[in-house]
Write a protein that binds this ligand. Structure first.
Ligand code: ADP
Ligand code: ADP
Length: 233
């Protein structure tokens, strides 16, 4: 089931003196149930691609389709809605509210969706449980270990209840064992979602991902299935 399709997407960055083409006619389709690693050397266009997919960065040419619907008709409000309700974000630096407890970080995400914090605690605890943070619910985010912080940021992304999760270098600040646990969690979630992860550490991700896309100089130079899954989502 295709959820996202990029057709001939190009992206340019302009400065006073130069133009950089960061994406060159990208054609990609993504389906539910995929766990995609986006790899490639620095400057290849990974962040740009992830930001385009996330609706955080406008592209210049081509078209992106979400659930078959072309996004050229989206106005600013539609894009805001897309970012808020269609994409769960996981960042390298966690982007948590540090003086809030783990539970309150999740509740804050639920409140943004218009939910009542008092009656949402059970739901919030369920997201914490999915990432193994039940015991840490009452701890401030600032007191958590790096791996726990990243797990909390995944739980916060889950709280948006989106079909797509994008993760930009989610293991970039973690030691390899902790990082692998994060990749493992993302793999588990990808069975019911589309998870797209930019990574500099493909070796760590390889046992878990279902697909590898490599970007070089703004072009897709590799797009291959990795670990076949039995189920059809
Ligand atoms: P990666 O994430 O693979 O390192 P990026 O998407 O960050 O690649 O960058 C792709 C290209 O676009 C690089 O040449 C980079 O210098 C350039 N670039 C990225 N962001 C900007 C920006 N905001 N302004 C100008 N050039 C940029
Ligand atoms: P990453 O490690 O995620 O690829 P980068 O170091 O490439 O991050 O870029 C970090 C930020 O700087 C991004 O928001 C990107 O858009 C911006 N950036 C990257 N290259 C340039 C550039 N040449 N000029 C201006 N901004 C840039």
């Amino acid at each position: 089931e295709t959820i996202l399709r990029l057709q001939n997407i190009s992206k340019y960055y302009y400065s006073d003196t130069s133009v950089t083409q960061a994406l060159r006619k990208i054609n990609l389709e993504f389906s539910m149930g995929e766990f995609v690693a986006i790899t490639g050397e620095s400057g290849g266009g990974k962040s740009t691609l992830l930001n385009v997919i996330s609706g955080m960065l406008p592209f210049d040419e081509g078209e992106m389709y979400f659930r078959g619907e072309p996004t050229f008709q989206y106005d600013d409000q539609d894009w805001e809605e897309y970012r808020r309700n269609k994409i769960g974000f996981v960042f390298q630096d966690y982007s948590l509210i540090n003086h809030y407890t783990a539970l309150d970080n999740i509740l804050a995400a639920l409140v943004i969706q218009g939910k009542d914090p008092e009656s949402s605690k059970e739901e919030a605890m369920a997201y914490l449980e999915q990432v193994g943070l039940t015991e840490q619910a009452a701890q401030r985010a600032s007191q958590l270990s790096s791996g726990q912080k990243q797990r909390l940021s995944i739980a916060r992304a889950l709280a948006k209840n989106t079909d797509i999760i994008v993760a930009d270098e989610p293991t970039g600040n973690l030691d390899s064992e902790t990082g692998e646990q994060i990749v493992e969690i993302l793999e588990r979630l990808s069975h019911e979602k589309l998870v797209i992860m930019v990574t500099h550490n493909y070796d760590q991700a390889e046992p878990y991902v279902t697909r590898r896309i490599r970007l070089h100089d703004g072009e897709v130079v590799t797009d291959v299935p990795v670990n076949k899954r039995d189920e059809n989502v």
